[in-house]
Design a protein around this ligand. Structure first.
Ligand code: NI
Length: 254
């Protein structure tokens, strides 16, 4: 049993064969999929899929790329959507200093507003971070004890992992762990405490090595689990059991 804790199967890349993708996930032992919104349209798409399929859950939120679109009205829409019983977290939200598609002060403002909402609604959060640990970690540290969540697609080193764990966060490991050169991510996957590990695909992006460069999909979370099992000297079944339990603990509504 495996859970893909970060997928974007609401996107048009899956319009052609979404049912086949869901079937392959089921055949691969994927028992639940968390579909992540990153703006209003994709958040609505995530909720729509969650309404249709019992194994799908949704998040709603605004990605830092589109931080400028988080007007008070949009935030209010997210608040309403987040009350849906199958919306189990807010996000993805965070900071992206790699592409800088929104100015940094605006990214920070949108991030803080969504963190306020998460605190008010007592929902866990899904964090997107690209080259921004130096700003994200202090923001989270300032709210330690009042927020919980996952740093998705974690690509930092073991030291940054320790800091993230100290804030109480979970660590999301995806397909990058299967890339031969991903030494930091592999070290993190080896050392992260068993009760803080989540697995994910981030599909349609970041396909594991055996499909690298092609469209990713939830079934391939198995390749992530296999690699982590190899790194930790355990079985895929054990990784599946642990990460499923962690998912259910963090996202208590799931
Ligand atoms: Ni994502």
């Amino acid at each position: 049993m495996l859970i893909d804790s970060h997928a974007h199967i609401q996107l048009s890349q899956f319009d052609r064969d979404r049912d086949a993708v869901l079937k392959r996930a089921q055949e691969a032992g994927v028992s639940a999929i968390l579909v992540i919104g990153f703006d209003m349209e994709t958040s609505l798409g995530a909720v729509e899929l969650a309404e249709k399929h019992p194994q799908i859950y949704a998040t709603v939120g605004m990605h830092p790329h589109d931080a400028k679109d988080l007007t008070p009205d949009v935030l209010e829409e997210f608040r309403k959507l987040a009350a849906h019983p199958k919306v189990i977290a807010l996000g993805e939200m965070g900071l992206d200093y790699y592409r800088n598609l929104s100015p940094r002060p605006i990214q920070k403002e949108a991030f803080e507003k969504q963190l306020d909402l998460a605190e008010a609604m007592q929902l866990p959060i899904v964090i997107h971070n690209r080259d921004a640990y130096m700003d994200i970690l202090p923001i989270l540290e300032a709210r330690q004890g009042r927020i919980r969540g996952v740093l998705h697609c974690f690509t930092g080193d073991v030291e940054l992992m320790q800091r993230s764990l100290a804030i109480g966060f979970h660590i999301g490991i995806g397909g990058i762990v299967t890339y031969p050169n991903a030494k930091d991510v592999q070290a993190v996957a080896r050392e992260v405490p068993e009760d803080r590990l989540l697995i994910e695909t981030d599909c349609p992006w970041l396909a594991p090595q055996f499909r690298r460069g092609k469209r990713n999909e939830p079934a391939y979370v198995r390749a992530v689990a296999e690699k982590i099992a190899e790194l930790r000297g355990t079985s895929v079944a054990a990784i599946g059991e642990t990460t499923t339990k962690n998912f259910q603990t963090l996202f208590a509504q799931a």
